[in-house]
Design a protein around this ligand. Sequence first.
Ligand code: COI
Length: 356
Amino acid sequence: ATNWAKCSATLSDTSSETSTLADIDWDNLGFGFLPTDYMYVMKCARGESFSGGELRRYGNIEMSPAAGILNYGQGLFEGLKAYRTQDGNIVLFRPNENALRMRTGAERMCMAAPTVEQFLEAVKETVLANERWIPPTGKGSLYVRPLLMGSGSVLGIAPAPEYTFLIYASPVGNYFKEGLAPINLVIETDFHRASPGGTGGVKTIGNYAAVLKAHTAAKAKGYSDVLYLDCVHKKYLEEVSSCNVFVVKDNVITTPAIKGTILPGITRKSIIDIARSLGFEVVEQLVSVDELLSADEVFCTGTAVVVSPVGSITHMDKRTSFGDGKVGRVAQQLYTELTRLQMGIAEDKMDWLVKL
Ligand code: COI
């Protein structure tokens, strides 16, 4: 709050700009990048601690061509959302989980990381500075994208000598063009997203570059996204490029266990808790392709994706459909519970919302 007060004083010429809703078509937000007004930047030298973060006008950044992130992929990102609730508050959904996940990832990638408190303060400042870009209740959210970059120059393989923590934000609607209508996935049998001992379990930028080839090919064939299998047995589900996956059989919900190759999704974890609170049995274990294809219902979860029902899965050119083109009963129930909470309609019993 102190930094924000300091910043709004220095940016007082623009204060009215932060409160009036931006003039965009709020009814047709997709998941495309829309630049907003401010970004947050904080730096630190290797071996030291982050300090002196500040809001800046959103814009391009300067970086050494020899930066660790540009040459060796020493980078992490996070994704979280700010919502305008129906009673007029602005809330963040479980931002401390993102802060902790970034710290875990930073340890894996040999990077300096902001403290949980610094992360939360920076996210709050960024959201408040871009308040006019938070969609009206029910029309979407402000997607907040924290980045952690090895910004110092390196030539040989080594952790970068300087780190930059940056947050920008963009208003978003549905990730998939289908909205809550079921999506069509294809199982990838040649390429893999992650391997044991690799970085699949952290949100490093390279994990997302690695899926582009299969993802692009799948999109060209009309699929919404790609479902990856484990690279050892080529048999067990891992995750979709953009989200985690769940299957439902005889009212039991199963999702691949977190074992280092799967991203520990915050929506995944929240949906497990919500489902259990609704009385469902939820199991985290290996899920084979056969179990997937014989499921009653399949759905995906993620910050960007929220809860997305799966209408069909294609494996080795054979298509298996679920739910006759309709949203599954369990996916619908979980989607409703989660979004009612995020919109401030349902009571926040688990204390997941952080009010700004
Ligand atoms: C998110 O859900 O926030 C992600 O980071 C996934 C990304 C592919 C948009």
